[in-house]
Design a protein around this ligand. Sequence first.
Ligand code: SF4
Length: 311
Amino acid sequence: MQPGYIQALEKGVLQERIKKARQWSAKCCLCPRNCGVNRPEGELGFCRIGRLARVASFNLHFGEEEPLVGERGSGTVFFAHCNLGCIFCQNFDISDNQSQHPEVYPNQLAYIFNQLQQQGAHNINLVTPSHVVLQFLEALEIAAQDGLNIPLVYNTSSYDEIHTLRLLDGIVDIYLADSKFFHEQEARKYADAPDYPHKAREAILEMHRQVGPLQTDDRGIAQKGLMIRHLVMPDNLAGSEEWLEFFAANLSRDTFINIMDQYRPAGNAGTCPELMGRVSGERVAGLMQKARELGLTRLDERSSGIFRFLF
Ligand code: SF4
């Protein structure tokens, strides 16, 4: 299956979308923060990224979901800073909007993409890309002209605007979407984003509309589709049951869902005692069971308590 961005490049669609993203970044409305700053002129909004993306690291990553990792790894590019900014972020050193990771020009980012492909990556996995949509599209145009031809993964917190996601329609092959807070109260308290639940639900529906459930090749490697992640939190702060019910009611029952058990207090979690807890294996196993009862058939089994016990 040919990645969507190659056809988009050949038809001139990619170039049109870049133009649109450039316009929007001049009065930035690319994500729900809607800061209105002129980023090409170096003005900074919530994410504190102006004209150029910052890259914290890039490598072949083997810790992602199996359909992304395959035998040779997922070509992850970790963008620095974040438009959501959860206080307990599991990657706080990368997401911190004050961090000073190196800026990269589009041609440098394109080089990174092609290097990862040369190293054997099954895909280009853009980690936390919502605030650098313009920058990765510009790089993609260059990289595709230079021979990039593996699937593009948009690995997001889901704090995305619908109009920005529509820029990516036919360009992104795989959406890897977090489902963080189901309720406004927690989204406000832990990310200062009370609209997160509404925006994320809308975004997930749009991603599903664009790419449908996960499709893999005969080796089981992801080619296209939506993959969902849900990090279970202490005290049910993420609203896990509600998310599962939302998925069962609104997405294909065979949507790939990874219920993740690896929460640990990180970042500034210490400012809130309730964030200092842990999530038990029993809790995660219970959620896996609930998902099955709701008819969700494609669960990533790696996080289940049984799996952890056996392996
Ligand atoms: S991408 Fe950054 S500057 Fe633009 S609206 Fe979002 S947080 Fe603000």
